[in-house]
Design a protein around this ligand. Structure first.
Ligand code: F0G
Length: 367
């Protein structure tokens, strides 16, 4: 079956019951036409989950929800941007895409490029990508190149490569990425009936906070929501250029997804923060891990460390949340991406080497 026939079959099945993917769902708000060849893994439509233990911790009638974007097909919010970026690359006849990545972008680029019949090339910082993400990119067939440098170095290289070679750049400097990612704001309004009062979000390159702000504004212009949220962005303390206002040459944090010292969407992220009356704040690795463990052990929600920065940040500034406010914390990536961090920070001891008999097992259980 030719690729075109496959895409036709896939778009025919999209009209069946079930979520059609975010391009079909929000077609009217996206730069696509009837003939655009949509490349989708049926991303989007992720759950909005109340987190009562966190609401109770803040008190004063505040209601906190998690937007669990780790439930996208490749396990992160990047799928929202990648369905658009790869669809538009395919429409333009691209044969190959390239990105720099701390892991999630590479997994999403690889998966969507594969479905579009394109090659994908990804540059990652050697030794600083969670194992699950690396495994995904490799299994989806990306050409993975680990460089002796950080994410910022990798991004400089791929930006130049996209000028010099026939490869389309799919980092968030590609405007179609943000177009796709803004649909998360639409989903929040569709679920809550209006925009939340606060949106708490981890910030690395500043693409996602920019995209949410675009989405809320676009929905407001169309009368879909009455208000706009305060955009509360949180960075890891060792990689917080938007908090300090100064580029960080050697960013460090265990939240490797946001280990970024020179955000490519710097001005746009600042604009989203300022226009919304929001803030950028830093959270330490210890605060990130505390929130990560809280979400796992008290709410049953498994995210990756970078994602927990949104909840760590909310807890840090909780006294400033207005009474009775509705707050959404975005969890950008799935905890399964990074099992090493989960095991190293688990709540219960892992009891290994127990004899395979009922008495030994009962004793290990404490009976
Ligand atoms: N959370 C996760 C899990 C991420 O992977 C990223 C970025 C962010 C938050 C920050 O989003 O850059 O739009 O401000 N990850 C990129 C990557 C850099 O390569 O996967 P941002």
């Amino acid at each position: 079956m030719s690729l075109d026939t496959q895409l036709e079959v896939s778009s025919a099945t999209n009209t069946n019951r079930g979520w059609p993917g975010l391009i079909e769902a929000y077609r009217a708000y996206l730069p696509v036409t009837a003939t655009t060849p949509v490349v989708t893994l049926h991303e989007g439509n992720t759950p909005l989950i109340p987190v009562p233990t966190i609401s109770a911790e803040i008190g004063r009638g505040v209601k906190v929800y998690i937007k669990y974007d780790g439930l996208n097909p490749t396990g992160s919010f990047k799928d929202r941007g990648m369905t658009m970026a790869i669809t538009k690359a395919r429409e333009a006849g691209a044969k190959a895409v390239i990105c720099a990545s701390t892991g999630n972008t590479s997994a999403a680029a690889a998966a969507y490029a594969l479905r579009a019949g394109m090659r994908s090339y990804v540059l990652i910082p050697d030794g600083y990508v969670a194992l699950g993400k690396l495994g995904q990119a490799l299994l989806y067939g990306a050409e993975v190149i680990a460089i002796k440098g950080n994410f910022d170095d990798a991004l400089d290289i791929v930006r130049q490569m996209a000028v010099d070679y026939p490869v389309t750049l799919v980092n968030s400097v590609n405007p179609f990425r943000l177009e796709g990612q803004k649909t998360a704001a639409f989903e929040l309004v569709d679920a809550l009936g209006d925009a939340p009062d606060w949106l708490c979000i981890p910030v690395g390159n500043g693409g996602n906070i920019t995209a949410y702000w675009m989405g809320f504004n676009q929905y407001k212009q169309h009368g879909k929501c009455q208000q706009l949220p305060k955009m509360m962005g949180f960075q890891a303390a060792g990689s917080a250029p938007l908090v300090s206002g100064i580029r960080v040459r050697n960013p460090e944090t265990l939240a490797t997804a946001i280990r970024i010292g020179n955000p490519v969407n710097w001005e746009k992220a600042i604009a989203a923060k300022d226009e919304s009356g929001g803030e950028f704040n830093a959270v330490t690795d210890a605060e990130i891990i505390a929130a990560y463990r809280w979400l796992g052990s008290r709410e049953g929600i498994f995210c990756e460390p970078a994602s927990a920065a949104s909840v760590a940040g909310l807890l840090k500034v909780k006294d400033r949340v207005p009474n009775n406010a509705t707050v959404v914390c975005v969890l950008t990536g799935n905890g399964l991406k990074d099992p090493d961090t989960a095991i190293a920070n688990s709540i219960n001891p892992f009891k290994q080497g127990i004899n395979a008999d009922i008495d030994a097992v009962a004793a290990a259980m404490g009976f």
